[in-house]
Design a protein around this ligand. Sequence first.
Ligand code: GUN
Length: 283
Amino acid sequence: MSATVINGKELAKKLRADIRERVNQFIEETKVVPHLVVILVGDNPASVSYVTGKQKACEETNMKSTLIKLPVETTEEELIKIINDLNADKSVHGILVQLPLPKHIDEQKIINTICVEKDVDGFSPINVGKMILNEECFLPCTPAGIIKMIKETGIEIAGKHAVVIGRSNIVGKPVSQLLLQENATVTICHSRTKDLKYHTLQADILVVAIGKPKFVTKDMIKPGAVVIDVGVNRVDNKLCGDVDYEGALEVASYVTPVPGGVGPMTITMLMENTLEAAKRLTR
Ligand code: GUN
């Protein structure tokens, strides 16, 4: 079997064209330009690259973006003050603090400072709680992008056994929740899971988000499975995912590539959330 590659880049391009149209319509009606502020503390190369991608996507969708670059020694108090000012600024609709933050800053405290209405990452406790209750909220971008990608490819989720490897707050936990809401049967695996391969071999849909290059090998994939690779790892100066891509192509039915898979979808969902934030704040 040779799997079909799910082209996240192409799909994201199509979705961004649609978002751009809706942004233009919104601007015409309200004279307000949706505005995302991204805060970057320090100069972690991966974070710099993600932030650049987010700014480019704002341009592509005709939204305004502002990047606030802060030195690595910025204190928690300074960062909180900046966020509070942005919370109060009516011209700002979305606030995103790029993670990870330097060790001396409490990430959750920072996330909790962003007002819920501008939390376009969907990381605040209120948005997370609403997501679990299936209430209207900002969905976290990577999980939302994964679900969108699976659905747009025409793959049925209901009734499938989805296995998620990883239990992070950003990906593993929320994607498991969204798959459950789509009526999948969900298993969450993590670093303490015994006999991981037993579980992965049950997966009709396998989502891998652990940050270990080429960790999932073809012998761990059920023939015909849909494999979603969330990992972004740099090996010998080349990007690769958490899945052995070549091996997965041999056994799976669908595979997402790295780069060009989940990443562009994540940023597209951020654009969707920013437009939605602007709409809600402009009502
Ligand atoms: N770092 C890695 N992924 C993300 C994300 O989705 N949002 C933020 N803010 N930081 C991240």
